[in-house]
Design a protein around this ligand. Structure first.
Ligand SMILES: CC(C)(COP(=O)(O)OP(=O)(O)OC[C@H]1O[C@@H](n2cnc3c(N)ncnc32)[C@H](O)[C@@H]1OP(=O)(O)O)[C@@H](O)C(=O)NCCC(=O)NCCS
Length: 197
């Protein structure tokens, strides 16, 4: 099947408009009915997570762009007071990478739930690296899924060896078995005019 033929639907959980999480539009009983996916892009890096039997969220942030990130400015927008305190306890040289990791953990969870940034990042508390990924508190106790599995991924990809920080979250399961594929060869095979990064 050509990618353009894959049937998709988007329904916003807030307003019902056609801009929520993209999902496969297949009938119940289809062999693909339990397939979920999540798409993310940052700079020249694109990520796609695919899962069966769980809702999946993937967020990637190109780490190269992190060098210019002003953590003191963005942290109060995205982190809780406890997260900021824990971040500031880290050596200054590690703060950008720790911030990006917390950001991808939060976005991955909110994308798995399909709510995206309609839930402010400051109201979801996650662990600070080097602790393994985990949600510590949910906004108002709402949105908490019965089960959640998370995994951090460090990505180096493409001919230019782009570096990226990524987190995968899956709701409805506590076990995540991750198979990581570099799509550079696939993109190269399907791209005639613009070579992938
Ligand atoms: C989803 C969201 C967190 C992604 O932010 P981002 O870091 O800039 O972008 P990413 O590259 O990681 O992800 C983008 C992809 O997420 C997916 N996505 C969009 N909305 C989503 C949602 N509610 N839940 C999960 N995934 C979503 C799409 O595949 C999108 O790809 P596209 O831009 O090619 O369509 C952000 O766009 C968001 O919160 N959107 C929802 C806003 C909303 O619903 N507002 C209410 C309007 S009534």
């Amino acid at each position: 099947m050509s990618p353009a033929e894959v049937p998709l639907r988007r329904v916003c959980p807030r307003c019902g408009g056609p801009h929520g999480k993209p999902r496969l539009a297949v009938p119940q009983g289809s062999p693909f009915a339990d397939v979920d996916f999540s798409v993310t892009h940052s700079g020249d890096v694109v990520g796609v997570a695919v899962a069966r039997g769980a809702n999946v969220g993937l967020d990637v942030e190109e780490s190269g762009s992190g060098a210019a990130l002003d953590v003191d400015t963005v942290a109060p927008v995205a982190l809780t007071d406890a997260e900021i305190a824990a971040l500031n306890a880290r050596p200054p040289a590690e703060r950008v990478s720790a911030f990006l990791r917390m950001w991808t953990r939060k976005e991955a969870v909110l994308k798995a739930l399909g709510v995206g940034l309609t839930v402010p990042l400051r109201r979801l508390e996650v662990t600070v690296p080097p602790l393994p990924p985990k949600v510590l508190s949910w906004p108002d106790g709402r949105n908490a899924p019965r089960a959640l599995a998370m995994a951090d991924v460090e990505v180096v990809t493409g001919a230019r060896h782009l570096r990226a920080t990524a987190t995968v979250a899956a709701t409805g399961t506590t076990a995540l078995r991750l198979h990581h594929h570099d799509g550079t060869a696939t993109l190269t095979a399907h791209t005639t005019s613009t070579p992938p990064p």
